[in-house]
Design a protein around this ligand. Sequence first.
Ligand SMILES: Nc1ncnc2c1ncn2[C@@H]1O[C@H](COP(=O)(O)OP(=O)(O)O)[C@@H](O)[C@H]1O
Ligand SMILES: [Mg+2]
Length: 451
Amino acid sequence: MRLTRYFMPVLRENPAEAQIVSHRLMLRAGMIKQNAAGIYSWLPLGFKVLRKLENIVHEEQIRAGHVPMLMPTMQSADLWRESGRYDAYGPEMLRIRDRQDRDMLFGPTNEEMITDIFRSHVSSYKDLPLTLYHIQWKFRDEMRPRFGVMRGREFFMKDGYNFDLTKEDALHAYNRHLVSYLRTYERMGLQAIPMRADSGPIGGDDTHEFLVLADTGESEVFYDSAVTDLTFGDRDIDYDSVAQCQGVMEEFTNLYARTDETHDQALFDAIPAERQRKARGIEVGQIFYFGTKYSDAMGAKVQGPDGKPTAVHMGSHGIGVSRLVGAIIEASHDDKGIIWPEGVTPFHCGIVNLKQGDAEADAACDALYTSLRALGLDPLYDDRKERAGGKFATMDLIGLPWRITVGPRGLKNGVVELTSRKSGESVEMPPEQAVEKIASIYATHHVTGNL
Ligand SMILES: Nc1ncnc2c1ncn2[C@@H]1O[C@H](COP(=O)(O)OP(=O)(O)O)[C@@H](O)[C@H]1O
Ligand SMILES: [Mg+2]
């Protein structure tokens, strides 16, 4: 993309309404525009990041054996009356009446709808196990939408639902989700710690929330500092192996890590004092096992091996895709702007032309741009007639991990400059070498869907 042909409405001033850094930077970098309280348009740069996160979620869900689909945003109230949640859900549910006077709602989640789909089409235990998921817009009429996309009213969420014959099988599905979530967040450059949590209106006993530690997080958390040493890395996991998934679950949940709702002071005090941590965190996902709560209420039964009808064991599992954009920025920025992890960056690198209009500099930038694109990479070329300082400030603000700076002086010696956004370090090298370097960096990150 050439910046002169793009739409990236960068703001010079700090927007007054933004209380936290991610909200401020997303507005300043021209990633989002608020349309109503807690409702945002995703401008081109923000949309690119959102799609990258969505693609990572899809890839990791499919890797775990889960099946993608898409359900509508609008739902019929009747389904929710069956489960008893139409009344229980309260004012967070946006209720709408259509022209036929039917009660509708903008879905805050999809347990009822997926259970209805399941009971219409699945009747035998032989069709299990089954996990279906979708990534779709949700609406919750939050009392206090705030912090930009972190607590919106309309937000983008992956929600998945497992259907299993037995509790044992459903707990394997729970563990499988836990493992796939660990991989997902790590690919986004994040550490998200599974913490024992409270099940809230979904119901059920087993639930973990995934939290990214950040001072601006809305949850209060208590943990053993040893949990922050755990990393999933690139280990190979057989998602069908009950033992392997359970092993990872135990490794990542045995140490003390809880949100304030389930915090147990006596257990916390038993941790060596130097490892006790009290902090704040951003909830970026949650997994639940809730047994037969919905299948009982809505008659989702299959014929078991003994020929008798039996209610299926279920769980639901969510990732806050739009919230993650903010969470990643909270975890990765400095006073100049965003610092995107390579796995989610909107463009792989920036090209800054120090002297737009200079025939040699323009030709060198065009050549770089073309060779990067030929390798499947997605550069952003700042081809504006602007001063170098302004161009650098924009690149720093929007946070691309790598910048190639091209100027007449360097070109005389046959070099351009490659700069790391994170370390600020610059190295001079011939343009071909800069292209190679960038290609090799991204070879270890699957390059998903350039838009
Ligand atoms: N208002 C919101 N704005 C943005 N993301 C949200 C919002 N509410 C929930 N999410 C995200 O969706 C994920 C799954 O939702 P869920 O666990 O049902 O939410 P909650 O715990 O807030 O009831 C959460 O972990 C969070 O990341
Ligand atoms: Mg939750």
